[in-house]
Design a protein. Sequence first.
Length: 196
Amino acid sequence: MKEATLSRKTNETDINLTLKLDGAGQSKINSGSGFFDHMLTLFAKHGLFDIELSCKGDVDVDYHHSVEDIGIVLGAAFSEALGDGRGIRRYGNCTLPMDEALVDVALDISGRAYLNCDLSIPSPTVGNFDTELVEEFLLAFCRSLKLTLHVRQLAGKNAHHIIEAVFKGLGRALRKAVEQDERLMGQLPSTKGLLL
């Protein structure tokens, strides 16, 4: 598998990111939000992706721009690292329990951006992180990678646990999808002749 290094600078954020798909789950992340750092660290660990990320954002406003723009850059890095998608499994899923929370994640690296996010997070914040930003991150990530993603909460009362299950489940589902399928012998996993 491949690696990608991307930078993106706007008037709101300055992001540098390095991604290795066939990594060991090592990460060095500074998003500007301690809680979001924790979630991205979990994503990397459970996906076995190596990620180095730094973001300087307008966090004096809130974390919205940083979280959304990180989603954009991370999705673009996955897209670049995957190339045309030859040989990958393409589909991935994970139903992940986190204490009382249970979240189902299913995805298709399809070339078609779509998000179905069915979460009922009971608290508007975890620490100083707005929980509505979870969906903003997922939407930006899907659009940038052109990923079809379904995230469905099956159970859960604790906001931290629900969000943690989302990021762990996303990492594990993506890990399956980006793995090489030896039976494909380097072919595209699509009858259209084009994936990404």
